[in-house]
Design a protein around this ligand. Structure first.
Ligand SMILES: NC(=O)c1ccc[n+]([C@@H]2O[C@H](COP(=O)([O-])OP(=O)(O)OC[C@H]3O[C@@H](n4cnc5c(N)ncnc54)[C@H](OP(=O)(O)O)[C@@H]3O)[C@@H](O)[C@H]2O)c1
Length: 332
């Protein structure tokens, strides 16, 4: 059986580019005891993959040169020597940017039920994106009715869900996005009350759109956008550090404005969130989101490519804001 794999060819500094990868064909080896063969249906393209290949500020060892690119995917078991996973099972897990993955139990994040929601959502809305939106907003943000919840990268896979959940919590969600078109989409589809285009002067826009200050800041970008938002936080506001899209490289470590005094005088709580600390809650949270989806109270958008060879460029596109919704590569 022939496998097609995206291999890491050289180590990037900053955002990985297509030239750091190559597409290779190889044979799928025979299964050993405890292993099963997954045929990938949807490959996930995630901003976090930049961290998987860089040496900088990593919390896990980077992908080795010559190895398959680390990625989450939704796939189906097509052969098995495992007591836990059987032919026909649909799974979400660490299956890599490749057509087939020889996996063990350690690769699996959760089982996917195609009767619960479309299969692709297993890698987006019901994968780390929706789950991060739900858990980080509620656990760290603790949104209360009437509060202003400001979200950066608001039109994306995580941000589009945060807006809707914040609205359901009785809050006033404000989107920060890179274009007016995305801003209008946030208001029309994702529950946002207003938007700010970060390509315009931010300070005056924040003062105008959030006159009472921001109570919950769901930050997916960091950098200068976050610097500006922190100066507009309401007292006792909560800052969820979920992502750092706007930091192009950690080498050299970026320095800039210090917001220490704002955190002090505004009595802010700043907390980082990493979904992989919450794996035991994935099933329960995915069921909640799937319930909202079938009740018609949640929308999601996907931006789906169809050629595995385009996966590296798709990651560049996510870092340029060219994606509209969850970026996936469909293989089947
Ligand atoms: N902590 C966790 O456990 C966890 C889990 C999942 C995701 N995340 C984080 O959540 C964030 C969103 O991830 P996602 O998968 O949902 O991606 P996404 O929002 O679908 O796509 C990323 C978006 O970021 C925006 N962006 C890109 N470069 C930017 C820049 N320089 N300044 C400001 N915005 C920029 C772009 O939108 P515009 O066109 O609006 O600029 C782009 O569409 C990422 O930071 C990711 O790392 C964290």
């Amino acid at each position: 059986m022939n496998n097609r794999q995206i291999i890491l060819k050289s180590r990037p500094v900053g955002i990985p580019q297509p030239e750091h990868f190559e597409l290779k064909a190889s044979d799928v080896p025979a299964l050993k005891g405890g292993e099963f063969l997954v045929e990938n249906h949807y490959l996930s393209v995630d901003p976090a993959q930049r961290g998987y290949v860089n040496d900088e500020n990593n919390y896990a060892p980077p992908v080795a040169i010559g190895a398959v690119m680390r990625a989450m995917a939704v796939g189906q078991v097509i052969a098995s020597k495992s007591a836990d996973f059987h032919e026909g099972d649909y799974l979400y897990g660490w299956f890599g940017w490749q057509t087939f993955c020889i996996a063990t139990k350690a690769n699996v994040l959760r089982r996917v039920d195609p009767a619960q929601a479309p299969l692709s959502t297993g890698a987006g809305l019901l994968g780390i994106n929706g789950l991060t939106a739900y858990l980080a907003l509620h656990d760290i943000g603790q949104p209360r009715p009437g509060e202003t919840v400001l979200v950066t990268a608001a039109a994306g896979a995580v941000g589009s869900i945060v807006g809707q959940l914040a609205r359901q919590a009785g809050c006033r969600p404000v989107a920060v996005v890179g274009s007016d078109e995305k801003g209008r989409q946030c208001m029309a589809d994702y529950g946002y009350d207003a938007f700010i285009n970060y390509r315009q002067p931010l300070e005056s826009a924040l003062a105008k759109v959030c006159p009472q200050g921001v109570n919950v800041f769901f930050d997916n970008t960091g950098g200068e956008i976050a610097d500006a938002v922190i100066r507009h936080m309401a007292w006792f506001g909560r800052v969820i550090q979920c992502g750092t899209m706007s930091i192009a490289s950690w080498v050299p470590n970026p320095t800039g404005l210090r917001n220490d005094r704002e955190i002090l005088t505004r009595r802010l709580r700043v907390e980082g969130f990493v979904i992989f600390d919450h794996l035991q809650r994935l099933d329960e949270t995915a069921s909640k989101l799937a319930g909202m989806l079938s009740a018609g109270t949640l929308r999601y958008a996907e931006d789906i490519g169809s050629d595995i060879a385009t996966a590296p460029q798709a990651l560049v596109d996510v870092y340029s804001g060219r994606n509209t919704g969850k970026k996936l590569i469909r293989l089947r």
